[in-house]
Structure formats: structure tokens, C-alpha cells
Design a protein around this ligand. Structure first.
Ligand code: 3HC
Ligand code: NAI
Length: 696
């Protein structure tokens, strides 16, 4: 009867059902079937008086098997399984550890009792996949934990820890260790009771709730979940606990679950889930590649990026030395780090002792010699090739033998930097995004000679410091900025042709991006690009790099660098940072258009969206064709985690694929007839369309 995915055993008068579907005990068909079979066996066995449900390995059941979504459902459904457990005439305790999530927690709520290890994190993360809990979670959690807690957990999808679960009534007891032994004692202590609690029959916490509670909650989350459907469906499902019977509520949940399950939002978010994990797999780097241990770090340059990079190490307990060339700039850099952590403390998100602990892990120095003991050295000095080469040749002489030598350059050639050392195989690009302590993406740039060990170790390091890594090849702008360059160029072209700056940003914001291209430029500082353009002019590279409008340069010449000077493409309130349209900027575009002989016209929102989206996409296809990205889904991850692209649209490549590659190509071709320079032909895309193929 033991199948591969479920094991069972009997100890004294207690039956133990154990999930063994590694690695996360996803509730696949085999698991569901095994659960029912073993339960029935235990119910028939008169020697068994109580049952423990638990998971083997790293976790209790972490939810439905996401890879089964969209395929025909094989009976028994998870709801069927939960009903069998709920209707058991022998008491059942769910012994939780690891990450009981989604269907896993729903199954646990179908048991009479729940106990947990103190390290457990549990929750209903379904909205992160664009769905809602579909196995009674929206109906049982409010009955256990109350409406407010359930709304917060289900709409955010964020897991809570065991202590919180105990305080909220989701679990009965929490143990520091020995979960099975403790669950055994727990269930034995309940055997003499005549009745055992059944969550679906509880009603106290869902009675007499005013409907405004739901309206208020929905208003509160509206901005955060702009454009999303599933969080609102989740609220509607939870509301059903206060107006309908349990059975009717389950029907409502099913109806809403189906609506979400069949949506683009869900297929896009599921694509994101698997893409993020796929990005970790590098075809030519075997799983057993040696990983270099990283127990200490050094960051050279403690400016905008270096400070944030150092915080990433301290946040996970890795001691880090930050190096500046003068004591004054070192003090400034460390002061900014301290201020960042203090802000977190004042928001109540970090304790004083943790603040002290993190600061104690960050040491400052003004001499490069201090890098000698570091397992990884990250260079984050000014973006100048000469300086970077100089730094790397000095780093080479000082760093320990197996150290990873990383550069945070955003535009420079990694191979050239590597050549200034005697060990180019140890040199790699780690392109953090600003603010480096917040942004989740880490673009890891592979040089021609970077060794497999160094790549595998840097990917691992990225995960350890809680980043989402994507491997890129060493081309100009790597993956993200190379595409962004074309996107911004397109935005400028639209503005010259007649679209208003604020309309372009509005269309992009309404699509779901965090902000439009002009607002991003203002945030990042227009002077950054200006300096690069000036340098490119001096180097004679300007024309080849195909910059578009001179308006950005004109603004910089007027000192309008963006938010930092309260004026850029927009005007910013000094105190509130609220932005206001600057009509002068549209006039500047109009003037440039006149000089270039461009006849201006009304441009509709659809054209704005498609030109910007396909500019990104076409460049993404070129990057794939040239082999600088491993797969289209890596590009999607890059954009979702590094550029504020809406996850629920799946990323620029998935969005275009959903729209239809043939239609996208047709539109690109029509744009190309008007402006060939902006729309280079991509053979890879043409082949995909011709052969009616999809990405991977
Ligand atoms: N279904 C299928 N595969 C899953 C899975 C799931 N629910 N959860 C994880 N996996 C796979 C991953 O794809 C990965 O596969 P790979 O090794 O081939 O890349 C492997 O399991 C390990 O996953 P992680 O690398 O993510 O492992 P971590 O230890 O870092 O994280 C985790 C573990 C916290 C459980 C994380 O995997 C996770 O968040 N999983 C998703 C949990 C979830 O969303 N559950 C709800 C599902 S929807 C549901 O239950 C609907 C219900 O209401 C009806
Ligand atoms: P920054 O100007 O804020 O900081 C650079 C720091 O390096 C300064 O504090 C400077 O004093 C220090 N420095 C210069 N020479 C040094 C030396 N010889 N020894 C020690 N310290 C030295 O610059 P920022 O923005 O932090 O950029 C650093 C690197 O990160 C650049 O390569 C940049 O292209 C890259 N980058 C920047 C991003 C951003 O948004 N600012 C995003 C991603 C990458």
C-alpha cells in the first residue's frame, strides 16, 4: 500500500501518514491518492486510535502541484482528500514543519488539530500565482483565525511564522524540535475526548461581521494590487464566510478559483514561478560543480551601490569590509548604511540588537590591503574603464587565491577588466540594481574566461543573499540595460513624433509597470546617461550607439537632472516628491522634432504601448539570437525583478508570446517601414514565426 509519495507507519495506537514527495511534498495525484488510501487503512484498523499527518524531508506539504495546473484533474481532488480527513471518526493532528503552504495548509485545516515546529512558516500564497486558495482555504482560515487575519494572509500570500500562527489560533501548540514525538504526545492527550474540533463547523469568528470591513480592506489594497484580479477575488471568497453556509461558501470559492485559474494573470505568474527557478540552471554547468565557500566579503567603493551591496552581505551574517579611498568618503558611506538600517528600525521592522549585529558585521577601511582575507571582492567604484582596470590589477595582487573577483559595472566590458588580472577565470560581473539592498535582481555576467566554478558559486551566493540571479553574456548593457536603452529610445521617438511625456508614462504605468520611462530617468538621474553620452561622443561611439533625442542632454545642460534637482522631465515638490507635468519639456520635444523635420501627429495609447513593448521584445530576441541570454524566460525574470515590469503580465517575452508572435512581427514590420533604424531585423524571431514555434 505504501506508494512512492506517501509512507505510513503505526506506533503503539497511533497511525502516522507521512508525505514523501520530495523536495517539497507537493500534493500531486500520487500524494492525494496515497493520503486517502492510508487514511482508509487506518480507519479500518481497530488498534489505531489517533492519526498524525506529517511530511518527510524539508517540509510538510507545500501546496498543490503547480505543474498539474491547466491539465485535466485526476481524482481524487484535494477537496475530496480534505473531506475524508475532516470526516474521520478518529482524531487527526497535522504535525507541521518547514513551509506548509497553499493546499498543504488547507489540508492541515481539514484535520482536527495542528501543531508546529517553531521554525515553521505557513500561509496561503495562491495570489502569488494569480489564483485563490481552492481547497477550502478561504472558508476555513477565517473560521480559525478571524476575518482580518485571513484577509491579510490570503490577499498578501505572505507566510507567517509559528508564533504568529499560535497567537492567531491556527495552530494549537508550537515545539522547538522533535515534531513527531511531540505530535504523538499531543494526539494521545486528546484521545479521551468525546468530540474533536472540525474547522468547517466553527462559526464564532465569522459571525456579525459588517460588510464595510471588506470594502475598507479592498480600498486599502487597491493601489498595491493595481491591475490584479486574484486579491479581489480572495476578498470576495472570504466575505462568503460571513453571508453563506460553509457548503455554499465552498461553491463560491470554486467559482472564483476557476475564474482566476483561467486568467492570463495566473498563467503569467506561474510562468514567473518556474522561470525564476529555471534561471538557476545553467546548461553547461553541472549540478555537482564545486562551490567556493563564501564566508567573508569586501566591497570596494561605498557610494550609491557599494553601500547597498555591503548591506546584502551583512543581512545574511557575512562579515564585509567596505573600502573607500579617503576617510571622509568612507565615513559618509558608512553613515548612509547606518541611516538605512535605522529607518528599518524606526519602521519597527528590525530590532535594536539586530541593527547592532548588522553594523558590527560591516567594517570600513581606506587601504586596499584589507581585501586579503575576503572570499569575494566586489568592485563598485566609478564607471571608468581606466580606473576599473587599475583596481583589478591591484586586487589581483592582493586577493586570496580562490577569491571571486566581481565587478558591479553596468556598461563596461567584463573581458577587458578581467584581462588586467592574471586570473581572468576568477573575474565575473555582478550587476546589482539600485537600491542594491532592496532590488531583487542580480544580473551575473559571464566573461569569456570566467570559470564554471566561479559562475556556479556566484549564482549560489546570489541565492544566499536573497537575490534572484540571471546569467547574462558580456554584451553592451548586458540583458537588462541593453533592452532598456531601446525602450527609452523608443519613448523619446514617440515624444518627438507627438506623444506627450506624461501620456507615455501614463500608458506604461496603467499597463502595470512601477513607473513610466521618463519618471524612471528622473529617479535614476538623467546626468548618469548624459555623462555616458558625452564620453561616447569623445570616443567617437555616439552615432553607433543610436541615441535618440537631445532633449535629455538639453535638460542636463539646464541642471535638470531629475528628482535630485527637483526638476527633470517633470517638476518635483521638494518636500513631498510629488511630480507635476512640465509643459516646457513637451515644447522641447516639439522643437527637436521640427529641427529633425519630423511631422508630429496624435499618437494613441495602443501605439505607445506596442512600440514600447515590442522595442523591448525585439531587442530581447536579438539578445537570444546572439546568445547573450540563455532563454526568453530569463529575460522575463530580469524585467520583473530589476525593472518594475508587472510580474502578472509574465515579462516582456511572455507578454509578446501571449499576444501572438506572428502579430507582433507584423506590427514590428510595419513600424520598421517608417523607421528602419529603430527596428533591426531579427532572424531568430522570423524563424520562430515561420516555424510556428514558441520560446523554449
Ligand atoms: N508544485 C510543484 N513544484 C514545486 C512546488 C509546487 N507547489 N513548489 C516547489 N516546487 C518545485 C520547484 O519548482 C523546484 O523545482 P526544481 O528543483 O526542479 O527547480 C523544487 O520544487 C524546489 O523548490 P524551490 O527551489 O522553490 O525550493 P525552496 O526550498 O527555495 O522553497 C518553497 C520551497 C517555499 C516551498 C517554494 O518552493 C514555494 O514557495 N513553492 C510554492 C508554494 C506554493 O505556492 N504553494 C501553493 C500552491 S497553489 C495551491 O496550493 C492551490 C490550492 O489552493 C488548491
Ligand atoms: P558612486 O559614485 O555613488 O560611488 C562610487 C564610489 O567609489 C565613491 O564613493 C568613490 O569615492 C569610490 N571610489 C572611487 N575610486 C575609488 C578607489 N580608488 N578606491 C576606493 N573607492 C573609490 O557610484 P555608484 O553609482 O555607486 O556606481 C558604482 C558602480 O556601480 C559603477 O560601476 C556603476 O556603473 C555601477 N552601477 C551603478 C548603478 C546605479 O544606479 N548607480 C546601478 C548598477 C551599477
Amino acid at each position: 500500500m505504501n506508494n512512492q509519495a506517501i509512507k505510513y507507519e503505526i506506533k503503539e495506537n497511533i497511525g502516522i501518514i507521512k508525505g514523501a514527495n520530495h523536495p517539497v511534498n507537493a500534493l500531486s495525484y500520487e500524494v492525494r491518492k496515497g493520503l486517502i488510501d492510508s487514511l482508509q487503512l487506518f480507519l479500518k484498523d481497530d488498534n489505531i486510535e489517533g492519526i498524525i499527518l506529517c511530511g518527510e524531508g524539508r517540509t510538510f506539504f507545500a501546496g498543490a502541484d503547480i505543474s498539474e495546473f491547466g491539465k485535466p484533474m485526476q481524482s481524487p481532488s484535494l477537496n475530496d482528500v480534505i473531506f475524508e480527513f475532516e470526516n474521520s471518526n478518529k482524531p487527526i493532528v497535522a504535525a507541521l514543519h518547514g513551509t506548509p503552504l497553499g493546499g498543504g495548509l488547507e489540508l492541515a485545516m481539514g484535520c482536527n488539530y495542528r501543531v508546529a515546529l517553531s521554525s515553521t512558516n505557513l500561509g496561503l500564497p495562491e495570489v502569488k500565482l494569480g489564483i485563490i486558495p481552492g481547497a477550502g482555504g478561504t472558508q476555513r482560515l477565517p473560521r480559525l483565525a478571524g476575518i482580518e487575519k485571513a484577509l491579510s494572509m490570503i490577499t498578501s500570500g505572505t507566510p507567517i511564522n509559528a508564533k504568529d500562527a499560535l497567537n492567531s489560533g491556527i495552530v494549537e501548540e508550537v515545539f522547538p524540535d522533535n515534531i513527531i514525538e511531540n505530535a504523538m504526545n499531543f494526539i494521545k492527550s486528546k484521545l479521551s475526548l468525546d468530540n474533536h474540533p472540525i474547522v468547517s463547523k466553527l462559526s464564532e469568528k465569522v459571525s456579525n461581521i459588517q460588510s464595510e470591513v471588506f470594502d475598507n480592506f479592498s480600498n486599502k489594497i487597491q493601489k498595491k494590487y493595481r491591475g490584479r484580479k486574484s486579491p479581489l477575488c480572495a476578498i470576495e471568497a472570504v466575505k462568503a464566510t460571513t453571508t453563506l453556509t460553509f457548503t455554499e461558501g465552498l461553491e463560491k470559492e470554486r467559482e472564483l478559483f476557476k475564474l482566476c485559474h483561467d486568467s492570463k494573470e495566473s498563467s503569467s505568474l506561474i510562468h514567473m514561478f518556474f522561470s525564476e527557478r529555471k534561471a538557476l540552471k545553467i546548461p553547461d554547468i553541472p549540478k555537482d560543480t564545486k562551490i567556493l565557500p563564501i564566508n567573508s566579503a569586501a566591497v570596494i567603493g561605498c557610494g550609491t551601490m557599494g553601500g547597498g551591496i555591503a548591506m546584502n552581505f551583512a543581512n545574511v551574517g557575512i562579515p564585509v569590509i567596505v573600502i573607500e579611498d579617503t576617510q571622509e568618503s568612507l565615513n559618509n558611506g558608512i553613515k548612509i548604511i547606518e541611516k538605512n538600517y535605522s529607518n528599518t528600525v524606526s519602521k519597527g521592522k528590525m530590532s535594536d540588537s539586530e541593527f547592532k549585529n548588522r553594523m558590527s558585521l560591516i567594517k570600513g577601511a581606506t587601504s586596499l590591503e584589507s581585501i586579503v582575507g575576503a572570499d569575494v571582492v566586489v568592485e563598485a567604484v566609478f564607471e571608468e574603464m581606466k580606473l576599473k582596470k587599475e583596481m583589478f590589477s591591484r586586487i589581483d595582487k592582493l586577493a586570496k587565491e580562490n577569491a571571486i573577483l566581481a565587478t558591479n559595472t553596468s556598461t563596461l566590458d567584463i573581458d577587458q577588466i578581467a584581462e588586467s588580472t592574471s586570473r581572468p577565470e576568477h573575474v565575473i560581473g555582478t550587476h546589482f540594481f539600485s537600491p542594491a539592498n532592496v532590488m531583487q535582481l542580480l544580473e551575473i555576467v559571464r566573461g569569456k574566461k570566467t570559470s564554471k566554478e566561479v559562475i556556479a558559486s556566484t549564482m549560489k551566493l546570489a541565492k544566499n543573499i536573497k537575490k534572484t540571479p540571471v546569467l547574462a553574456g558580456n554584451c553592451d548593457g548586458f540583458i537588462g540595460n541593453r533592452m532598456f536603452h531601446e525602450y527609452v529610445r523608443q519613448a523619446h521617438a514617440l515624444a518627438e513624433e507627438g506623444a506627450k511625456v506624461s501620456d507615455i508614462d501614463r500608458v506604461i504605468y496603467d499597463f502595470g509597470w512601477a513607473m513610466g520611462p521618463f519618471a524612471v530617468n528622473d529617479l535614476a538621474g538623467n546626468d548618469v546617461g548624459w555623462r555616458i553620452r558625452k564620453r561616447h561622443k569623445q570616443e567617437g561611439k555616439y552615432d553607433n550607439l543610436r541615441y535618440t533625442s537631445t532633449v535629455a542632454d538639453q535638460l542636463c545642460e539646464l541642471g535638470r537632472y531629475g528628482q535630485k534637482t527637483n526638476r527633470g522631465f517633470y517638476i518635483y515638490d521638494q518636500q513631498t516628491r510629488k511630480k507635476q507635468i512640465d509643459p516646457e519639456v513637451d515644447i522641447m520635444f516639439e522643437k527637436v522634432a521640427k529641427e529633425k523635420g519630423i511631422s508630429r501627429r496624435q499618437i494613441d495609447d495602443n501605439e505607445i504601448l506596442h512600440r514600447l513593448s515590442w522595442a523591448l521584445f525585439n531587442t530581447g530576441c536579438m539578445i537570444l539570437e546572439e546568445g547573450y541570454a540563455l532563454r526568453a524566460s530569463d529575460i522575463d525574470v530580469t524585467y520583473a525583478y530589476g525593472y518594475g515590469y508587472p510580474h502578472w503580465r509574465g515579462g516582456p517575452m511572455k507578454y509578446a508570446e501571449d499576444y501572438g508572435l506572428e502579430k507582433v512581427l507584423e506590427e514590428i514590420e510595419s513600424f520598421r517601414t517608417k523607421n528602419p533604424d529603430m527596428w533591426p531585423k531579427c532572424n531568430y524571431l522570423e524563424e520562430l514565426v515561420k516555424e510556428n514555434k514558441k520560446f523554449n
